[in-house]
Write a protein that binds this ligand. Structure first.
Ligand code: ASP
Ligand code: MG
Length: 406
């Protein structure tokens, strides 16, 4: 079989019949290139949100299994609509659910992981000259239970299919035309990035760039599938996510990301002994609350302070869990506050380039933006700041690291 083209169309791209026509015309064009085509589709527009909202109206705490049974239907609706549309254009096509497409997953409802993809059916359809329109986001366990991969999971379906079908790349069609050096709604002079490494993309996604499902990027890296993020509305190339960025594209800092809904919790006077941090964070993990920047002071007096951040939407629940855990730990007090934002700079070129952190701190200082917490990885520096100053901070950093489009 010649090289398979795998494309993914996000919810906005298939939000209406007119848009489904547009997407189908795109798919038809790819078919004309002579390659077999697999198109993975998301639920139309805000369908998934609406389904979750419906569930909450009939039950205060719907079970994860039933939620998956419900939300998987969003994608199950889009796939046949796109297939019908293609057929109406004279393009042979067939829609497939996750089950029919052979997507086998773990049993973790609402956050299942793809274990393997049995590609026989898809290959047979492609061999018969049909476009496969696959419902993204959903899969099935060994015992035939329907699962979903987590919000935004259709990206992961697409990259996993590309890997399983031996496709060298996967095209993600979305409502933006690529990955930008900063959010273009905040930074007017943000630039579209031509190439970015998997590593950089993962870091950017972790600190606020929400274009792609991070697990899709991980899979791309693992299986060597290049990911092309591009617009379903505009022609032209978008951003390639690759292993090696071409030399001319290498800026030390590739992007400035920000995330606005950040809150912090400080546990003061924590006894300085083994097991305390574990006891604090385990209940948060069990409740699927992700904890981010963590700072622990050096304990000089037998006690220490631990501060960490959570999503502001999860603050109340997190505080309750920490207070509960504190009954065993016996720290002095639990303090919390919202209204924060995270500003991050990311780039593999930071490795071995001294002075990047200093430049970030100096830039914020010159703009009279106070830094509350700092965290780093090898290729990222993050500062927690007052939310009201976040946009100013992003713009200042974008300029300071010479990212502004001329
Ligand atoms: N429809 C799902 C969601 O809204 C999956 C996806 O669009 O990728 O999260
Ligand atoms: Mg998405």
């Amino acid at each position: 079989m010649s090289r398979v083209i795998v494309q993914k169309y996000g919810g906005t791209s298939v939000a209406s019949p007119a848009r489904i026509w547009r997407v189908s015309r795109r798919i038809a064009e790819s078919v004309r290139s002579g390659h077999p085509v697999v198109a993975v589709v998301s639920a139309m527009g805000h369908t998934t949100d609406r389904l979750i909202d419906l569930a909450r109206r009939v039950s205060p705490a719907p079970s994860a299994r039933e939620l998956d049974m419900l939300t998987a239907n969003g994608e199950t609706i889009t796939a046949p609509l796109v297939a019908m549309c293609l057929q109406a254009m004279g393009v042979p096509a067939i829609s497939l659910t996750g089950l029919q497409a052979g997507v086998r997953t773990s049993g973790h409802h609402s956050k299942a992981r793809i274990r393997e993809i049995e590609t026989q059916r898809i290959r047979a359809e492609l061999d018969a000259g049909r476009v496969c329109v696959v419902a993204g986001f959903q899969g099935v366990t060994e015992s035939m239970e329907i699962t979903t991969l987590g919000r935004g999971g259709s990206d992961t379906t697409a990259v996993a299919l590309a890997a399983a079908l031996g496709a060298p790349s996967c095209e993600i069609y979305t409502d933006v035309d690529g990955i930008y050096s900063a959010d273009p709604r905040v930074v007017a002079r943000a630039r579209k990035i031509a190439h970015i490494s998997y590593e950089e993309m993962l870091e950017l996604a972790a600190v606020g760039a929400k274009v792609l499902h991070p697990r899709a990027v991980e899979l791309g890296e693992l299986y060597g599938v290049e990911i092309h993020v591009r617009s379903s509305f505009k022609k032209g190339v978008g951003t390639m996510i690759v292993a090696q960025v071409p030399m001319e594209d290498r800026n030390r800092v590739r992007g400035v990301a920000h995330e606005s809904n950040v809150a912090k919790i400080t546990v003061r006077g924590v006894p300085d002994r083994p097991g305390v941090a574990a006891a604090l964070f385990e209940p948060l993990g069990a409740a699927s609350i992700s904890v981010d920047v963590i700072v622990q002071n050096v304990g000089l007096t037998g006690a220490t302070d631990i501060t960490f951040t959570v999503d502001e939407g999860e603050l109340a629940q997190a505080v309750a869990l920490v207070q509960e855990a504190n009954r065993q730990i016996g720290a002095v007090e639990v303090l919390s506050s919202g209204g924060l934002a995270k500003l991050s700079i990311v780039g593999t070129g930071m490795l071995g380039t001294p002075g990047i952190a200093a430049r970030m701190f100096r830039t914020l200082a010159e703009n009279r933006i106070n830094i509350e917490m700092i965290s780093t990885s090898e290729i990222r520096i993050t500062c927690l700041v007052d939310r009201a100053r976040a946009a100013d901070g992003v713009r200042a950093l974008h300029t300071a690291f010479e990212l502004d489009v001329k």
